[in-house]
Design a protein around this ligand. Sequence first.
Ligand code: PEP
Ligand code: MG
Length: 953
Amino acid sequence: MLTLSTEHIRMRQQAANKEEALQILADILVADGLAIPAYLNGLKAREAQTSTYLGQGIAIPHGTPESRTSILNTGVRLVHFPDGVLWDGENQAYLAVVIAAKSDEHLQILQLLTRALSENIEQALRTAETPEQILSLLNAEPDSLLLHENLMSAGADAADIDDVLYQAAVLLKKQKVVAPGFLSALKPQDAVQLQDGLWCLTAEDAVLQPAVAIVKLKEPIPFRDGSLSALVCVASNDKLDLQRLSRLMDMLFQPEALQNSESRRELALAVGAETVPDWQSAGVVLANAHGLHARPATALANVCKEFDGEVKVSLDGGSYVSAKSLTKLLSLGAERGQTLTFIAEPGSEAEAGLPQIIQAVRSGLGEEVEAVGEAAHAAPEAGGNDAFAVEVAALQDDVRNQGVAASPGLAAGKAYLMKEVDFHYPHTAEDSEAERGKLQQAVADVKAELAQMVAQAKSKDIRQIFTAHAALLDDPDLLQQVDAGIRRQLSAAAAWHSHIEALAKEQEALNNPLLAGRAADLRDVGNKVMALLCGVKAAEEPQEPYILVMEDVVPSVVARLDQQKVAGILTAAGGASSHSAIVARALGIAAVVGAGEAVLSLPEGSTLLINGEDGAFYLNPAQSRIDEAMQQRALMQEQRKLAEAHCMEAAVTTDGHRVEVAANLGKVADAAGAVQRGAEAVGLLRTELVFMSHASAPDEAQQEKDYRVVFDAMGSRPVVVRTLDVGGDKPLPYLPLPKEDNPFLGERGLRMTLRRPQLLRQQLSALLKAADGRPLRIMFPMVGRLEEWHAAKAILDDALAETPCPDLQVGIMVEVPSVALIAGHLAKEVDFFSIGTNDLTQYVLAIDRGHPILSAEADGLHPSILQLISQTVAAAHRHGKWVGVCGELAADSKAVPILLGLGVDELSVSAGSIPLVKAQIRRLNTRECKELAAEALTCATAAEVRSLSSRNG
Ligand code: PEP
Ligand code: MG
């Protein structure tokens, strides 16, 4: 990221003209190692296209895109010319901000500068004496408080205070005045009552610009000891204009301040907020590849200046700024694909000129552009070269295809393809009235369909989902915004789609898994309306049990499936330890994942046979094959019944070797059920999931209460608890972590808690107290180095000094390859190892476990992983320590004999898998397992290991 700092400022330079100035600038960039001398040509060429004079005595010279090859490092230098340099034939530049940027980083600098440009700083710039003065002039920001109609919402629906806070945060986020993290800073307990039903809440985290949002509800909700009918949400920082805020508060303290304001316009007028002018408007999607950067922005300002009268523009429904001001245009930071809405003063030349302005933007403002619109959702083409295309071979009938076994079971049925549809629609439409009619009809039809689905839904959860969808379609704000798009001559489909997408993205951007779920809901219901608007017919859900085929299992989709009808799941993407597999297993539905793109283009009416045991699947299998599979299924069901009947018995091999079979738990309430399915211990309590079940961080007392539920259910059985494993793909909404490029290689697991020792200490104390003399096993996740183990152990020792624990063992997860390789050192110190094969596989094979395409190749039976397991077990046993496996591999019937053969002492699996794993162990013989494992270690591929295991199974 480019930043402005004093050491990058050169004071008191002199140049007789722009050419000399450019030479000085190029020399500075070369001297500082940012560019080679040839960059000067790029600077000159850029000035020849249009001058880079920005305003207020500032120019921003930078090279053409072609000259980027002359840049060595991205950087920026500020060069002060106190005598001025005539830059564009008219204006003197006193400061040149010269940019060497390998891509579009200079847009950030522009946005930064444009804030300063709204002030009158030219004279001060010219006479500045020190770099510090220059910097403070550029960073100058006026005190402010944004109070705008776009930050108001009237008639909102909310079930509770969380809904209200969320809506306020969305309003602020949409105006780009707060960043992610703001929502979590809003603490309902800090709200102050202004008058009956009217509350005010202030937060300061992640505030970019002070602003006030007001959310007025359709119906009051209970809040604290009374009720809440409207919330005034203040986003504050040290630039807050206190006088303006106190004037606002005076208004709000008036009796019945907001009572008669039924629309957002009325709310805005009641509190003296800026309103959106009721001028004629026209919208256009920006098609320029690099957004509205300096050159097209200059062209746009010039086009607008041709017309007398005011023209304003807003970006994606944000505040309006003057379209004649270059700096204001740049401050929008508009990117390709975003919508610019222009409004013009009634009766002015500018009003008549709106079509010309739109046309100028559409034609690229002097740049070559490829239109966005109907083609916006199409995949980018790889430069027309077919060699870049991913090969997708069509499937053949009755031939064995291989996917990844994800959830055991055999299933056959008609394929029901659920895939994202590409909607095609015109972007604009002349007849707004007709478009409005189409939209109303489509919304009414979808509402009727949803009402029917609510009536037919068998479970309360599903009923609630559809009811919430119907409520979304009633949201007056949503309909108003879409209607505004139609008024701007967008087609109903374009207005609907762009608004739903923008809303969904906003929710996702709030970085909260619950809200990301709402984004999925929005898209779900949005697509239903789109399908009607675009005349796309969704595939009919078959009446008989079917095989659901989709890109990947999306939990929100699966949650609303009629499970009686879904015989099996087949997905194009996903791997054995991906979410799709875990969801399918939790539902007990047979599933094969990672089957490849070809399954998404099956002909209508195809039949599928899937085998969740070995990952095989067949398209249009012969009847004899189906019959055989169904016989096998009956046999397997018999086996399962038998296994369940014996689930409480120990898992002892035919030669008398006992293996402990434990349960993986994510919810404390599931412990009792696990015992009933034969769990001899808890082998992995994923405490981050326990944390996630709370809307805010549980304190020590709450944690102790949660953990006690598990100990109480387990009686004298051991409980292996993993300390918080947050980060990577497991965010905690109330623990904001910095955004990282590679979160799986970043601050996750123990690395995260070691940086927050209080958090770890609190969790450990809660565990020691909850154990209350019962057998507690603590393990630390994501240990990669001996030092991390020592640091964690020291915190534990500290907690133990206060709360001793008579039956405690302490170990680590083996999921980072480095610890498997130094297991010999660690084995001297730990009490046990638990191998997390999900992450170990991810890190050894360098495949993201959730990767939509590659995770299918992340097979934990790869010989490289078996080598690491073997080394770990050998090291542990040399020192008399035990080893468990708690990754998904522990329940894989092909892996169980190999893991036993490698000497693993405990297998920890999901509760549903316990009876079958135990039954399988009872059929095994240790000597044969050892021979199998030894041979597996000599294999070259995971496929060889699998086939070896099948032959011996
Ligand atoms: C693992 O990585 O194998 C494991 C059990 O941990 P999680 O799946 O929770 O990351
Ligand atoms: Mg893990």
